[in-house]
Design a protein around this ligand. Structure first.
Ligand code: G3P
Length: 222
C-alpha cells in the first residue's frame, strides 16, 4: 500500500509571506528526506514556481481555476501550475470554494496536465458527490474544526470513517484524506486507523514555533 501522505497547506498566513514560504518548504523537504515520509508542500500561488523548482518534494497549488491556457487574466490554470513545476492542486478548499459545476472541469484539466487532484469536501454527502469527478483524493474537513485545537479525528472520527466508507462505495479509485485541527503524530495515526490515506493540515505546522519539529512529530508513526 502507498505511504500515507501529509499535505501541508501554507494558506496565506503571515508566517509564509515572502521568504517564510521558502523556509517552510525547505523544512518540509528536510523532514521528508530525514524520515522518508511523503510530505507535500502547498505554498501560496505567488511562491509556487520558485518553491516547486527548488525543493525535492511534491508541491501543490492551493487552487486551480477551470480555464485552459488563453484569455484568462488573473486566473490560475492547471497548465500554468504544471508548467511551473508543481505536481498537483487542491480544488474547492472551504476557504476558496469552487462552484460545483466547475469542479469536474478543474479535475479534467488537471488530469490532462498530469496533475494530482485533491478535492476538499465539508461533509460525507459532498464527498460522495465529488467522488464522481474522479479526483485522486477527497479531503474531508469539517469547516468548524479548521484552524482549531481539536483534531477532526478526536472531535468527529465518525465523519472520517463514514467518508472513507461512502467514497469507497461510490468510486473505489478515490482515496480519502482528512483534515481540520490535525497537529500531532497521534492525530495522524488515528486518521490512518480510521481508514484515511493521509491528512491535509495547516496551522499545526505553519504556525508552530518549530515547524520542522512539528512535522517530525506528525510523521513519527507512519
Ligand atoms: O487545508 C488544511 C486545513 O483547512 C486545515 O487547517 O489549520 O485546521 O490544520 P488546520
Amino acid at each position: 500500500m502507498a505511504k500515507p501522505v501529509v499535505i501541508v497547506n501554507f494558506k496565506a498566513y503571515r508566517e509564509v509571506d515572502g521568504k517564510g514560504a521558502n523556509a517552510l518548504a525547505e523544512a518540509c523537504a528536510a523532514v521528508a528526506a530525514e524520515t522518508g515520509a511523503n510530505i507535500i508542500a502547498v505554498p501560496p500561488a505567488v511562491e509556487l514556481g520558485s518553491i516547486a523548482r527548488s525543493v525535492k518534494i511534491p508541491v501543490f497549488a492551493q487552487n486551480v481555476d477551470p480555464y485552459a491556457p488563453g484569455s484568462a487574466t488573473g486566473w490560475i490554470t492547471p497548465s500554468m501550475v504544471k508548467g511551473c513545476g508543481a505536481a498537483g492542486a487542491l480544488i474547492n478548499h472551504s476557504e476558496h470554494p469552487t462552484q460545483h459545476r466547475f469542479i469536474e472541469e478543474c479535475v479534467k484539466l488537471c488530469k490532462g496536465c498530469d496533475l494530482t487532484t485533491v478535492i476538499c469536501a465539508n461533509d460525507v454527502k459532498s464527498a460522495v458527490k465529488y467522488a464522481a469527478a474522479h479526483p485522486d483524493y477527497i479531503a474531508v474537513e469539517p469547516p468548524e474544526l479548521i484552524g482549531g485545537d481539536i483534531s477532526v479525528t478526536t472531535a468527529n472520527p465518525k465523519i472520517v470513517e463514514d467518508t472513507v466508507e461512502a467514497v469507497r462505495a461510490a468510486n473505489h479509485s478515490v482515496s480519502v484524506l482528512c483534515g481540520a485541527g490535525v497537529k500531532t503524530g497521534e492525530d495522524v495515526r488515528t486518521a490512518i486507523d480510521l481508514g484515511a490515506r493521509g491528512v491535509l493540515l495547516a496551522s499545526g505546522v505553519v504556525k508552530a514555533k518549530d515547524p520542522a519539529g512539528a512535522l517530525r512529530d506528525l510523521v513519527r508513526y507512519i
